[in-house]
Design a protein around this ligand. Structure first.
Ligand SMILES: Cc1cc2nc3c(=O)[nH]c(=O)nc-3n(C[C@H](O)[C@H](O)[C@H](O)COP(=O)(O)OP(=O)(O)OC[C@H]3O[C@@H](n4cnc5c(N)ncnc54)[C@H](O)[C@@H]3O)c2cc1C
Length: 449
């Protein structure tokens, strides 16, 4: 009899798993349920629909249900999975009020993450945010219809990208964050102050150290301040959508996300998970983390799909997901911001003795007409000499250099080796000693007191 894979949640992790399982097990019946209006879409592109760089949300859809159907993968939109019964191996689906029970042999749990709406912020539940493609459309429409002033609450990367999009469209923006700087979970504080400067250079009014406790349609209040705008948008981070799994008896971990082994399998046989709703192992700290990143979702989905496909055809070979470094990149205007591995403070928490090297230079040879400032930070462990982390804030072309640092961490390279890696040079691209070389040399020579 044909076996069936049911996918709960049809975006990066779920549809990567579905596609990969189908490649390896063409006879496997695959049905994906998605409660929203789209599958296989890029939330990462939403700020750029809002800002007008990308013409429309449909451009962010990698594959439509019809394209999946052509690959013999059946997709049901506006269909929410309400319950998972692991004893009977069925799910309960609600499609516009019609409820039905569907059986499964394998289950891919890929429900993603939901925007945080802290109960300590009155009105947060009803506030606008940027999570779904429909949000991007709605916010762009507001700008088109004449929004002049926006208040953005939250200094993480989504808050920054929303604020940038409003500024890009020529609107007045106030960005309010409770942190001392923006991107407090992405950068060390002094590197964060460089990001603050980039925000202010865009003409955005940045207010730090203010916790917003009340949000209304046109106002945000906190710390004795009132912020008024035509629109208030919040971006306060995300939390994993793991409740449905927990109710079914699928184990969650310390982060609250679904616990998986390195094959992306949960504690329940035949039930896999990946993406924003699942945990992953951090390759430096060794801890379980919940990284809400598209890169991780695509990879963990693919690993799950390989293992589901192999299981379905009776192949005992298993693919393992090797873990994450938290490598991420964004931009504020022309300034690129990237990080990988551990921040300085995190490396202390995890028992390392950080040796830190920081350098300020330019993204090209200093004499090149378009040279702009770049700051690079490298963090190494003083004892083992292993590279632990890196951060970059700087002009065009500098941010993706974080990949060199990520590769060094991944390969467990020492800071002394990184200082001599053969990196490319010509005046339009870098200085002859790359800034990564110089930061590595500084970190390598750092004496701990
Ligand atoms: C504005 C924005 C910008 C971003 N930018 C970047 C970036 O630049 N780089 C990067 O790496 N990452 C970025 N991300 C994060 C990235 O989009 C996510 O990590 C990625 O989408 C996670 O994929 P996923 O499949 O795990 O979950 P999701 O994309 O959240 O998909 C899960 C799906 O499951 C559905 N679902 C949930 N519960 C049910 C249910 N019970 N029944 C049926 N369906 C259900 C949801 O509707 C959703 O469509 C960004 C995110 C946002 C919001």
């Amino acid at each position: 009899m044909t076996e069936r894979l049911v996918v709960v949640g049809g975006d990066a992790a779920g549809m990567s798993a579905a596609s990969q399982a189908k490649r390896l097990a063409p006879d496997l019946e695959i049905i994906a349920f998605e409660r929203g209006d789209y599958v296989s879409y890029s939330a990462c592109g939403e700020p750029y629909v809002m800002g007008g760089e990308v013409a429309e949300v449909d451009d962010l859809v990698a594959r439509t249900p019809a394209e999946f159907a052509a690959r013999d993968i059946s997709v049901h939109l506006r269909s929410e999975v309400m319950e998972i019964d692991l004893d009977r191996r069925t799910i309960l689906v609600d499609s516009a009020g019609d409820r039905s029970e569907i059986g499964f042999d394998y289950l891919m749990y890929s429900t993603g993450a939901r925007p945080l709406r802290p109960p300590s912020v009155a009105g947060a539940e009803k506030a606008l945010g940027l999570r779904w493609l429909n949000d991007a459309d709605h916010l762009r429409e507001l700008v088109d219809r004449g929004t002049r002033k926006a208040v953005v609450v939250g200094g993480g990367y989504i808050g920054l990208e929303v604020a940038e999009a409003f500024a890009h469209r020529g609107r007045n923006v106030t960005l309010v964050t409770s942190g001392e700087h923006v991107l407090t979970r992405t950068l060390d504080p002094d590197m964060g102050s460089l990001a603050d400067a980039a925000v202010r250079r865009l003409g955005i009014e940045l207010v730090t150290g203010v916790y917003i406790d009340t949000i209304e349609e046109h106002e945000a209040h906190g710390g004795g301040h009132d912020f008024l705008g035509d629109v208030v948008v919040i971006g306060l981070g995300t939390s994993p959508e793991s409740e449905l799994a927990r109710q079914a008896g699928i184990e969650t971990g310390v982060t609250g996300a679904v616990a998986v082994n390195s094959f992306q399998e949960t504690n329940q046989p035949g039930v896999w998970s990946g993406g924003d709703c699942a945990e992953a192992t951090h390759r430096v700290s060794g801890r379980q983390v919940n990284m809400a990143l598209g890169t991780v979702a695509n990879k963990t989905g693919r690993v799950a799909g390989t293992n589901i496909g192999n299981t379905a055809v009776g192949d005992s070979e298993r693919e393992t997901f090797p873990g994450v470094l938290g490598t991420a990149i964004t931009k504020v205007g022309e300034v690129e911001i990237a990080r990988t591995g551990l921040l300085t403070g995190e490396s202390v928490i995890y028992g390392y003795e950080p040796a830190v090297g920081t350098v300020t230079g330019t993204n090209t040879a200093g004499y090149w007409p378009t040279a702009t400032r770049v700051d690079v930070r490298l963090i190494a462990d003083h004892i083992s000499r292993r590279v632990l982390g890196g951060q970059i804030v700087g002009g065009p072309g500098s941010g993706k250099k974080i990949d060199v640092i990520a590769t060094a961490i991944w390969a467990q390279m020492s800071i002394d080796e990184l200082a001599w890696v053969d990196l490319a040079y010509a005046p339009p691209f870098s200085s002859v000693w790359d800034l990564i070389h110089i930061a590595a040399r500084r970190a390598a020579g750092r004496q701990l007191s």
